[in-house]
Write a protein that binds this ligand. Structure first.
Ligand code: SF4
Ligand code: SF4
Length: 180
């Protein structure tokens, strides 16, 4: 039968020579290979101190956007949750009360909105399904942690700060899927 590679070796019961019994030549050979790697260019980075540059189409941590007046765009319509293939999004809709017009853009809003980042596959379908330009994926990494609960991102982590807006223009301009 033809072998898949040419790396096969015939194994025999040959008596070891005196040099082989010393093991030293084999040890030196191994050390030479180890030291030669010390001076090679490393392919790994010291993350998180050093980060690789991402492609403009990279899809990372989500953001729930506000409008120019600082009101939440999301109306809790649920389309993002329906579109999500990983069933990572859950929400509870609420009715906007009198006096809350400055907080929520429309009469319905998301009282609770959560994304399970352990389920999410960062496909971007939630972003595409949203009719209100409320949810976008950004170039931010979801930080690692040892606790599973900490991967459930609620509104406190998803809704952008009024005074610290998340720029999504770079990915939106270069990363959008184009119709064929
Ligand atoms: S990016 Fe994809 S998997 Fe993640 S929440 Fe959105 S639709 Fe679901
Ligand atoms: S993020 Fe968009 S699609 Fe999802 S519930 Fe809010 S408005 Fe609807």
């Amino acid at each position: 039968m033809q072998s898949l590679t040419d790396r096969k070796k015939v194994v025999g019961n040959k008596e070891m020579t005196f040099k082989e019994k010393l093991y030293l030549p084999a040890i030196f050979k191994g050390m030479r290979i180890t030291f030669s790697h010390l001076f090679r260019k490393h392919n790994t980075l010291r993350y998180p101190e050093v980060k690789r540059e991402f492609a403009p189409v990279y899809r990372g941590q989500h953001v729930l956007k506000r409008d120019e007046q600082g009101r939440e765009n999301c109306t809790a319509c649920g389309l993002c949750a329906v579109a999500c293939p990983a069933e990572a999004i859950t929400m509870v809709a609420g009715e906007r009360k009198k006096g809350e017009e400055g907080l929520y853009r429309e009469e319905k809003y998301a009282e609770m909105y959560e994304i399970n980042m352990l389920r999410c596959i960062f496909c971007g379908l939630c972003e595409e399904a949203c009719p209100k330009e409320a949810i976008f994926l950004t170039d931010r990494l979801v930080p690692s942690t040892f606790e599973r609960d900490e991967f459930i991102y609620g509104k406190d982590l998803l809704v952008e700060d009024v005074d610290l807006r998340i720029d999504i223009t770079k990915r939106q301009l270069t990363g959008k899927r184009t119709e064929k």
